[in-house]
Design a binder for this molecule. Sequence first.
Ligand code: CA
Length: 234
Amino acid sequence: MNKNFKILVVEDDTAVRKLITTTLKAHEYRYDTASDGKSAVMGAVSHNPDIILLDLGLPDMDGVEVINRIRSWSNVPIIVISARSEDYDKIEALDAGADDYLTKPFSVDELLARLRVTQRRLGILHSSSQAESPIYTNGKLSIDYSTGCAYMGEEELHLTPIEYKLLCLLARNTGKVLTHKFITQSVWGSSWENDIVSLRVFMATLRKKLESGEESALYIQTHIGVGYRMLKVE
Ligand code: CA
């Protein structure tokens, strides 16, 4: 099934690029490569990739600028690759519309896992755009958008309006890392330091209602210093 996915690998470091393409080849993905921002933007047009792996530190152009250009006409999923020293850029990249990130040095397993998450999410997007179901389900969690009720199994969750809003935002973006700034802007319409503090509090109570005991962190994953992600539960 990977044969149906074409990945555009944008990386100027030859060794890292080689590691990625070797991994992709071994798992039967198709791929194209680019080693600078300009050819990345061109490649996104001419190769029509399904997923873009984008290194943020490129010789000719800022990775965030590459995302902005691609996002002006395409929703293709973008997974950014950044060094730890580029942490701030990573958050900026997610705010600019990147879907996920990998921090260097990353393992081959991590790379494959991130690709699977994105592929799965693409599957969700395709099926949900066909059906437009008013009910979201993920593992035992379900949300009935038409009535504004959420359930864990048969049990109705008693959520405050803000908790419900947060849950819907995460659910609609399942598999995607949402930054603190993105979430607070979506929920409160602003992004002050205070909102981020409140977000932590609301998130803690929401998780407590969602995940009891051993199911802790099954649905909502924390990305320290970055944001949160709703995981797809099998
Ligand atoms: Ca680089």
